[in-house]
Design a binder for this molecule. Structure first.
Ligand code: ADP
Ligand code: MG
Length: 139
C-alpha cells in the first residue's frame, strides 16, 4: 500500500452548475477518503500564486481570472496512490479528449472550464495541500 494525499479543487464552473455534490460522490464511491474540505472564493493574487508554474503560458491570465470568478471547493483526498488515481478519475485536461466516465468528460465543458484540478506529483501535492490547509484541518 502507498497511501497518499492529493489536493483537489472543484472549479467555479462546476460550482455554478451545482454538480459539486455529484463530484464529491464520485470521489467517495471511487474509494477516496475526504480528509479535509472547505468552500472558498480565491482572490486574484491567490489564484496567481497557486498557478505560478504556468505564469509564462499564454492561458495564465484567463486561468487566474476564471479561478477567482466564483467560489471553489478545495479538498484533500486520501487513498492508495491517490495522486495518480485522482488524475485517472479526473480525465484529460481537455474534456473533449477525456475518457467516458471521468469527471471532466461528465462535467467539463472546455479546456478552460474543466470542472476540477488535481495535483500531478508528490511535490505538487505537498505544496498545494499546505497552500490551503494546516495540519490541524486535516483529519
Ligand atoms: P491539468 O489541470 O490537467 O493539470 P495543466 O496543469 O496543464 O492541466 O493546466 C492547468 C489548467 O490550465 C488546466 O486545467 C486548464 O484549465 C488550463 N489550461 C491548460 N492548457 C490550456 C490551454 N491550452 N488553453 C487554455 N487553458 C488551458
Ligand atoms: Mg496541472
Amino acid at each position: 500500500m502507498n497511501i497518499q494525499r492529493t489536493l483537489s479543487i472543484i472549479k467555479p464552473d462546476a460550482i455554478k452548475k451545482s454538480v459539486s455534490g455529484n463530484i464529491i460522490n464520485m470521489f467517495e464511491s471511487n474509494g477516496f477518503k475526504i480528509v479535509a474540505m472547505k468552500k472558498i472564493h480565491l482572490s486574484k493574487l491567490q489564484a496567481q500564486e497557486f498557478y505560478k508554474e504556468h505564469s509564462a503560458r499564454p492561458f495564465y491570465g484567463d486561468l487566474c481570472d476564471f479561478m477567482c470568478s466564483g467560489p471553489v471547493v478545495v479538498q484533500v483526498l486520501e487513498k492508495d496512490n491517490a495522486i495518480k488515481a485522482n488524475r485517472d478519475l479526473m480525465g484529460a485536461t481537455n474534456p473533449s479528449e477525456s475518457d467516458e466516465g471521468t469527471i471532466r468528460k461528465m462535467y467539463g465543458d472546455s479546456i478552460d472550464n474543466n470542472a476540477v484540478h488535481g495535483s500531478d506529483s508528490e511535490d505538487s501535492a505537498k505544496r498545494e495541500i499546505s497552500f490551503f490547509f494546516s495540519e490541524l484541518e486535516i483529519c
